[in-house]
Design a protein around this ligand. Structure first.
Ligand code: MOS
Length: 684
């Protein structure tokens, strides 16, 4: 160990990024580029009758017009989201039903407008309702312990409320782009795309396109955010690939518009949630009944399971968790930062605040009283559960002690002032399957290669530090290579699993390298190693924990909510790079402010599309909305979770933060708000 881990290190790709030389997918130099623009369905459900492309084809500069009738056939149509241009069915508004490829993006876009499409339109439904006749439970209810209805009827205090979170879109700074080139002679496709996992794109798209994995290379060295939306290939990747096969030897470039980013690259489903908490008079929980609903697309199965968060969070002898899916004529929802956990924790932590008020117990004390010594869902031991320490440290940093619990009684000038808190958790996920290659270049310099992705999180730097410690050298002697499927296999940057999964593989590969090549290796000495199993021992549950503390101001005249102060304290195991981890945690907390106060995709039920499809109408916080915010962490190491002692930190910042704000708004105003976002309209 050289002590590289734990040092606050500037991003190794930082200079390239701020000087504009870091290449994002669309910006690589491509020979013979041509440009693609899609034709999108203007109905929400039905069939295409007619597709007249001749006017588009006659435009100077148009090379090809793809339709469901002439597009290359896909070899595998088992994934309906990616089964593009294979038939006339329209399943959601904005679905890709064709494409124009032309010599300039302007010509492609113009020519697309000349395609005449006729439809046989059917009725559609895009409204999430808990009484929807077609709803169905995702799984049988998960029941733990004694009968929950009996426990609720025996409880001295019952909280029984409905909560909801809106549809939200990931909207990363770099919109999704995909550039595809088909080398007909070699029968090889290169796809340069913004992705959270180059190998997962190969694994998904190669069979679809009828290719062997070695016939498809995915290149993605720099990615401008994803928040889950780039965790799997979406329709635009397939479209670029089909386009490339239609014009072999040309680089087919497709950058989605911001509006298209609100259609076919995934989003967070709205949720409806019904929570019933039963407790003794002192606030100790006896029953948790969490029922949730999200929407599912006809072309996808992704489920925003909000109730599962209640399985492990607090002690209670009885619980029942069930999540229902409501099939609607909508595009496929997909991962968005802490899918399931973020909306589920909003409901659970607001309900806990309601229980604190009902029991007359301080909200921090209530959580301390309900901290489970073992994982309630499984009876497992925790590798490390330090929620209690996060609560104590957060309360200390924030100055929570002597808080007056009465709501609506503090003012600062015209503003009502309140404070609130919530717990946070996110499961520790380590995905086996990553390999890393270690090569000694001579003179004590090493290259470490693995197909990991840095989506803005700092993976380039974090993996450099892990490599340096694993090899016993200083970080400036390590050259990292990531972001390309031609590198050794790596798992996806998803589920807060990146550092855990890739780092464990690098540690294993470095150990193997030293065994094979000794302490004084030759130049050119090389070893590939990795991990094929999660090292977590049977009988253990690993998760990260945290606590959010928030001060809000609410203006009674305008309904505006400000968040002047926010503290998050987390237990995330050993911190590899304090600088980038802090940025990750703060980013999650900012996203919590966004979730609490701003974000909402408004889907028009008449037309089935999202009308707030740009960053003027889809609101996120600006700098002025984020005031005194800080994130810190406990001195920690969890060697049962990973050999580095680290656990996931990418998503926990958003979990619980919106609830802490809603709880502070209650404390400021006396208004208990259970439906996000908390816009001025609902506060007036
Ligand atoms: Mo994250 S939503 O698992 O990319």
């Amino acid at each position: 160990m050289t002590g590289a881990i734990g040092t606050s290190t500037a991003r190794v790709d930082g200079i390239a990024k701020v000087t504009g030389t870091a290449r994002y997918a669309y910006e690589h130099p491509f020979t013979d580029p041509v440009y693609l623009y899609p034709v999108q369905a203007t109905i929400t459900r039905g069939k295409i009758d007619t597709f007249h492309a001749s006017a588009a084809e006659e435009v100077d500069g148009v090379l090809a017009v793809l339709s469901p009738w002439n597009a290359p056939r896909l070899a595998d149509i088992s994934d309906p989201e990616l089964t593009l241009l294979q038939g006339p069915e329209v399943k959601f508004r904005g679905q890709i039903i064709g494409a124009v490829i032309a010599t300039t993006p302007e010509i492609a876009r113009y020519a697309q407008s000349l395609v005449e499409v006729g439809y046989a339109e059917e009725e559609h439904d895009t409204v999430l309702r808990t009484d929807h006749p077609d709803r169905y439970p995702e799984d049988d209810p998960q029941t733990i312990g004694d009968d929950v209805d009996q426990a609720l009827s025996d409880a001295e205090i019952v909280i029984d409320q409905q909560y909801s979170t809106p549809e939200e879109h990931n909207t990363p700074m770099e919109p999704h782009t995909s550039v595809a080139r088909w080398h007909a002679e070699e029968q090889h496709l290169t796809l340069t795309t913004a992705t959270q996992g180059p190998h997962s794109v190969v694994d998904t798209l190669a069979p679809l396109l009828g290719l062997e994995p070695q016939q498809l290379r995915v290149v993605s060295p720099h990615v401008g955010g994803g928040f889950g939306s780039k965790a799997a290939p979406h329709a635009h990747d397939v479209l670029a690939a089909l386009g490339a096969m239609a014009v072999p030897g040309r680089s087919v470039k497709y950058a989605i518009t911001r509006q298209q980013g609100f259609v076919f690259v995934g989003y967070r489903s709205p949720t409806q949630q019904h929570l019933r908490l039963g407790a003794r008079a002192d606030g100790t929980l006896t029953a948790i009944d969490h029922e949730s609903f999200s929407q599912v697309s006809p072309v996808g199965s992704f489920s925003e399971n909000a109730s599962s968060i209640s399985a492990s969070m607090y002690a209670a002898d009885s619980r029942r968790l069930v999540h229902h899916l409501v099939p609607l004529d909508v595009p496929p929802p997909h991962w968005m930062r802490a899918p399931g956990e973020a909306p589920g924790m909003f409901a659970l932590e607001v309900a806990m605040d309601e229980l604190a008020v009902a029991a007359g117990v301080d909200p921090v004390e209530l959580r301390l009283r309900n901290d489970p010594p073992r994982d309630p869902a499984t009876g497992n031991r925790w590798t490390s559960r330090r929620l209690v320490d996060c609560l104590h440290e957060g309360a200390r940093q924030f100055g929570w002690q002597d808080r007056d619990p009465r709501p609506g009684v503090r003012r600062d000038g015209e503003w009502l002032v309140g404070t609130g808190m919530a717990s946070a958790t996110y499961p520790h996920v380590m995905m086996p399957g990553t390999k890393a290659t270690i090569r000694h270049n001579g003179a004590g310099r090493y290259t470490v290669r693995t197909g990991a992705a840095d989506i803005g999180t700092g993976a380039w730097t974090t993996l450099t530090l892990i490599s340096a410690d694993a090899l016993g050298i200083s970080p400036d002697r390590v050259t990292m290579e990531i972001g390309d499927s031609s590198l050794p296999t790596a798992t996806v940057a998803g589920g807060s699993s990146g550092t855990s999964s890739w780092g464990s593989a690098i540690v294993a590969a470095a150990e193997m390298f030293r065994r094979q090549h000794g302490e004084d290796p030759d130049a050119g000495a090389q070893t590939t190693g990795g991990v094929s199993e999660d090292p977590l021992a049977e009988g253990y549950t690993a998760a990260s924990f945290g606590a959010h503390f928030v001060e809000v101001r609410v203006h009674p005249g305008t309904g505006e909510v400000r968040v002047p102060r926010m503290r998050g304290v987390f237990s995330i195991g050993r911190v590899i790079n304090p600088r980038t981890v802090r940025s990750q945690l703060l980013g999650g907390m900012v996203m919590g402010v966004s979730m609490a106060l701003h974000e909402r995709s408004v889907r028009d039920p008449r037309f089935g599309h999202v009308v707030t499809q740009d960053l003027a109408s889809y609101h996120v916080p600006v700098h002025a909305d984020i005031e005194d915010m800080d994130a810190s962490w406990l001195d920690d190491s969890d060697e049962l979770a990973t050999p580095m002692g680290s656990r996931g930190a990418g998503e926990i910042g958003i979990v619980g933060s919106a609830a802490a704000i809603a709880n502070a708004v209650y404390h400021a105003t006396g208004l208990r708000l259970r439906h996000l976002p908390l816009t001025p309209a609902v506060l007036l």
